[in-house]
Structure formats: C-alpha cells, structure tokens
Design a protein around this ligand. Structure first.
Ligand code: DGL
Length: 282
C-alpha cells in the first residue's frame, strides 16, 4: 500500500499548483493527477453537480489503487470533501480551504482579501474557517469570475490579463487590505502578475506548500509514506496524468505551467444505465 500512488484532482490545471509542491515535498511518491476539463469551471456549478463529478473522479482514483486523495481544488473541497470522506472512510482525503488563518496572522492593517470562486464562498467550509479565525479582522471577499478560465487558456500575462486582475484587486486595495489569500488553486499561476500589480508591501498567500507539508505529515502518521530505500523515481513512472477533455491540450498546459513533458491519458465521461457518471480510460 505504501508504494501506491497519491491521487490528486481538480476541475482543470489549477491543482497542478498543489501537484508541483507535492513533487517537491515527497520526491519518492508516485502521483496520479486527474483534470476534469470537460466540466471546468466548477466555480459556478451547483453543489450537487460538483459532488457528482468529484465522486466519479474519486471512484476512479480509488479503483486505480490510490492510497490517499488530495482534492486539489478549493471549490470541490468546499462542497464535496465531507461526502467523499464518508464514501471512503478508510482513506486519507485532504482538501483545501482558503488560507484565512495564516493571513490573519500576517495582516497589520487588519484587512484581508480573499480571492475565490462563487461556490467556494458559498460553502460551509469557508464560512466555518472565517468564523473560526477571522473574527477580529475585516475580510473582503472577491469573487474572481473568469480567472480560472484565463489560466486554463494559458493567459498568464499581458495587458488583458493585467486589466482583468486589476478589476479583482481594486476592491481589496480600496478596502485597505495588506494581505491577499489565493483561494483557488488556479490563481498561483498568476501570482507574479498579482505581486507586480499590488506592489511589495502586500503579502500574497499561496497555500500550496503548506498543503504538501500537511500531506507528508498525514502519510507519515498513517504509515503510508513510500519506502525510503526506493529513492526518487524516474519521472515517466512517477507522474501519471488524465484529463476528461483533450490530452494534447492538457499536455501543452503541463509543460507551460510546471515544465513537465508527459503524455496524459484521456478519460471519457460516460453514463451507465443507472445514470451515475463513471470515468473510463479511452
Ligand atoms: N481550481 C479550482 C479551485 O481551487 C476552481 C476553478 C473552477 O473550476 O472554477 O477552486
């Protein structure tokens, strides 16, 4: 079991911001990443839809023998984390919540901005996090409609991207925020543009390194770390990728976003007679 892969999934390429930190923190672990690009973006979908897609992907990852799952998507975590944990109680399943706690520790102005999707802000997880950690600060919630799509399209810089980002950043700047939380796993891929636009006095919090460290702790605690004598694996045997849309588009994004050249597998979304969605390798 300890030699089994860790499964990660997102609505698209955003979870690769978590994936690259897991690669860094856990160099001996094989990883299986699924991008649900047939259904990206998740951010404006209903909770029931996001739960159905997340469950189908988790079923696939479990069928592939994954020893743990990282829901590398704030939106899916917001609505599907608890149902997934109930479905697979024996499996460590980690999710993402906007990094409000570290932001509250960092802020000096007492105003924290959070960038996320509509579904993340509507979820119980976000409300509970704010209620627990942010009672003494002002939280400015910025719904970033269209930003995950921009990252999916590879538009990570340039005047149009800057103009779009400024539209999201302005209300937080106007409110006096000195700390901004990236509450969607797509957003770290535009962190350099955000930093340039807001200037050096603003702290921009990317939770990905902390998530990877937490995963390492959980695997160690559960006795699930890959055997140490195995050493770092060759990339080809270590990294597997699948997308529910176009493998060639995903491969291009892989090399653009994380500098990895690999061939991803196609997963075709099908309906069984009982209508529940399942994923099949093409
Ligand atoms: N990457 C996802 C997240 O962390 C969501 C983007 C989307 O599909 O709307 O929230």
């Amino acid at each position: 079991m300890s030699g089994a892969p860790i499964g990660l999934f997102d609505s698209g390429v955003g979870g690769l911001s978590i994936w690259r930190q897991v690669v860094h923190a856990l160099p001996s672990e094989p990883l299986l990443y699924v991008a649900d690009q047939a259904h990206v973006p998740y951010g404006h979908r209903s909770a029931a839809e996001i739960q159905a897609h997340s469950q189908a992907i988790a079923d696939y990852l479990v069928a592939e023998g994954c020893k743990a799952i990282v829901v590398a998507c704030n939106t899916a975590s917001a609505v599907a984390l608890e149902p997934l944990r109930q479905r697979f109680p024996q499996l460590p399943i980690l999710g993402l919540e906007p990094a409000v706690k570290p932001a509250v520790q960092l802020t000096r102005s007492g105003v924290v901005g959070v960038m996320a999707t509509p579904a993340t802000f509507q979820g119980q997880l976000y409300r509970a996090t704010v209620g627990r950690y942010a009672t003494a600060v002002q939280v400015v919630e910025q719904v970033c409609v269209g930003l995950a799509e921009l990252v999916e399209q590879g538009e990570l810089e340039g005047p149009d991207c800057d103009a779009r980002l400024m539209g999201y950043l302005k209300p937080m700047l106007a409110a006096g925020a000195d700390t901004i939380v990236l509450g969607c796993t797509h957003y770290p891929f535009v962190i350099e543009s955000i930093r340039r636009l807001v200037g050096p006095s603003m702290a921009v919090v990317d939770p990905a390194p902390a998530v990877a460290r937490h995963l390492a702790d959980v695997l160690a605690r559960e006795g699930l770390l890959a055997p140490a004598e195995r050493g770092p694996l060759e990339p080809a045997s270590r990294y597997r990728f699948a997308t529910t849309a176009s493998p060639s588009d995903f491969n291009r994004a892989l090399s653009r976003l994380v500098g990895v050249s690999s061939s991803s597998q196609a997963l075709i979304w099908q309906q069984r007679p009982d209508q529940s969605p399942v994923l099949h390798p093409a």
